[in-house]
Design a protein around this ligand. Sequence first.
Ligand SMILES: [Zn+2]
Length: 114
Amino acid sequence: MLKVFEAQHHAEAHFLNGLLEASGIPAEVRGESLFTTVEGGSALSGMRPSVWILEDDQLEQAKVVIANYTTGVGVPKFSEGPWTCPRCGEVHEAQFAACWNCGTQIPAPTEPPS
Ligand SMILES: [Zn+2]
């Protein structure tokens, strides 16, 4: 078991856990029992939920998933790479959901060729 991520809150921990498992990396969230016993958000730092992988040899894969999550690349419902605005032709990184130039929403993601 290796800790790969320390989350800000439960939802983030579970979201990342889901991302890892969707990538074929068994993972689990730890630290929740401590967290839920503290009402009113007065949890001490260091008691935040953390995400652990079960197989140590998947650490490198897990790092990629986490890096993608923390940088906004590869997050579900976003396109995998740069996209071009269909209206003005401006090119944007994947984490931008709308064109900064003309406000056009990101086009629906296309499936990468397999
Ligand atoms: Zn545009």
